[in-house]
Design a protein around this ligand. Structure first.
Ligand code: NAD
Length: 305
């Protein structure tokens, strides 16, 4: 099996590339290294240092002729999207259209798209399902939702198969403190650097934190299941930022000072995604608890200090 992974030098993409190689796939990565790192790309993959908006990205997909395209490359920083909405739209919308065009021209079987719980905005609901309305409150959420709509339309017009995976807050080894869901990485970096933790708001905001290994398994499952579906990749559980701090304090040998500061614009108070559809359609379920995942992430950060 041949696969192209856009954003394969980034946090989630690099884990996915490794898993695909281990599963015997031939893997090509398209990444402009704007936030990703060359050394994160597993040695068996071919790295093309190109922008997903470029004609060269299309030429690579035409030449490789992959069965699958995993499209992860994105401007994935919510605050950055508020500061620079046109850059955000350019990468996340125009970049996706360029990759869809390439898929159409190269007769790719399926595109698997990394989307986000951010499309729902501040929906006041205990557990969001895929049928709930998507009303983003950041340009990032809007650009990812718009990219999803382009995927639907390409699929209708050109019979391109797809699965859209909407992730909760992904965390795990290799994540940097920037970007979406980077709160755990930010806390690890600061605690291990003997710096205080800053919490936006009162820390009682909750997220559906999903371990990167579980996200990779969902992408793997989407190669065979979940055609023409939009599916949550999540735990279905709420974990507060204060709970993450507590887990970290339990593991870390030194005292960790905490400072609370005002919430940021575009921040969502609670976010929890139902995962029944993934369990049924992808034959997948999350295997790593928050306690295991935070411990594994802490171990990895400690080793790289
Ligand atoms: P990341 O920033 O680590 O990875 C993104 C990668 O895309 C980087 O390697 C970057 O260099 C590359 N990239 C950015 N712009 C590009 C461009 N114009 N051309 C080519 N490459 C480009 O982010 P991540 O956390 O690994 O996220 C991967 C995907 O998952 C993104 O689509 C993101 O929106 C989505 N997602 C992430 C989370 C999360 O919690 N991390 C949650 C929901 C959805």
């Amino acid at each position: 099996m041949k696969a192209v992974v856009t954003g394969g030098a980034g946090f989630i993409g690099s884990h996915l590339v490794k898993a695909l190689l281990e599963g015997g796939a031939v893997v090509h990565v398209i990444d402009n290294l704007s936030s990703g790192k060359r050394e994160q790309v597993a040695p068996g993959a071919v790295l093309h240092t190109e922008d997903v908006r470029s004609a060269e990205a299309k030429r690579i997909i035409a030449a490789v002729k992959p069965e699958l395209v995993y499209h992860l490359a994105a401007q994935a920083d919510v605050q950055q999207s508020i500061l620079a909405p046109s850059l955000d739209a350019s990468v996340n919308v125009t970049g996706t259209i360029n990759i869809l065009d390439a898929c159409k021209e190269a007769c790719v079987n399926k595109i698997i798209f990394s989307s986000t719980s951010g499309v729902y905005g501040n929906l006041a609901k205990e557990r969001i399902t895929e049928r709930d309305p998507a009303i983003p409150i950041s340009f990032y959420g809007l650009s990812k939702l718009t990219a999803e709509r382009y995927i639907h339309m390409y699929s209708q017009l050109y019979c391109l198969s797809y699965t859209i995976l909407r992730y909760g807050n992904v965390y795990g080894p290799g994540q940097t403190a920037k970007g979406e869901g980077g709160v755990i990485a930010n806390f690890m970096e600061r605690a291990l650097g003997n710096l205080p933790l800053y919490i936006n708001g009162d820390g009682e905001q909750t997220r559906d934190f999903i371990y990167v290994g579980d996200v990779v398994r969902a992408n793997w499952a989407a190669a065979n299941y979940g055609d023409q579906e939009t599916i949550h990749v999540s735990t279905g559980k709420r974990t507060s930022v204060n709970r993450i701090v507590q887990l970290l304090r339990d593991m870390h040998p030194a005292e960790i000072p905490i400072h609370y500061r005002p919430a940021q614009s575009g921040d969502i108070m609670h976010s929890c995604l139902a995962n029944q559809k993934a369990i049924k359609s992808l034959r997948w379920d999350p295997a790593v608890s928050i306690e295991q995942g935070v411990a594994e992430t802490y171990r990895s950060w400690s080793q790289h200090q």
